[in-house]
Design a protein around this ligand. Structure first.
Ligand code: CA2
Length: 144
């Protein structure tokens, strides 16, 4: 199976600022972690990061007919973006939402997610392991 992993704004800053919230590992470390995890599940996996809402919408649209599932950490757009929710609904692919931090135990505004209105599974507060769990969920679903 083929999965697209999409990371939203500022996740490219991992390891550079706020290590107390997001850990010390860098975005490059995250990419390597996801690539290793996808190999362990014998999946094909492409990883995309953008700081721009429209680019994320386009990337989701381009998944149609190419990927079997999506793992997405929409970052701050989680809490604001109807456009990303609509794009996910439009392509209608199995989607897992991942958050590195436990958004429920942070500020009030992080408790609501537009993407959760579509995602079939949401993983919060498990650090990089959350991405592995998300890939494992899709691997189980497709029996890869
Ligand atoms: O916990 C997560 O994965 C989040 O999606 C991360 C977003 C935040 O807006 C969500 O509420 C929860 C923020 C990503 C920013 O990442 C940074 C990493 C290092 C330094 C600064 C920001």
């Amino acid at each position: 199976m083929k999965v697209k992993v999409i990371n939203g704004p500022n996740l490219n800053m991992l390891g550079i600022r706020e290590p107390e919230v997001y850990g010390k590992a860098t975005y490059k470390d995250l990419v390597e972690f996801i690539e290793q995890a996808s190999k362990a599940f014998s999946m094909e996996c492409d990883i995309f990061q953008s700081n721009h809402e429209g680019d994320i919408v386009t990337e989701i649209q381009n998944c149609l007919g190419v990927y079997d599932g999506i793992v997405i950490n929409p970052a701050a757009y989680t809490h604001t973006s109807v456009a990303i929710l609509d794009a996910l609904k439009a392509v209608s692919l199995p989607t897992v939402e991942v958050h590195i931090s436990d958004v429920d135990s942070r500020e009030e505004f992080r408790k609501f997610s537009y993407v959760s209105l579509y995602a079939e599974k949401v993983i919060k507060g498990k650090g990089f392991e959350g991405y592995k769990e998300a890939l494992g969920y899709l691997a189980d679903k497709f029996g890869s």
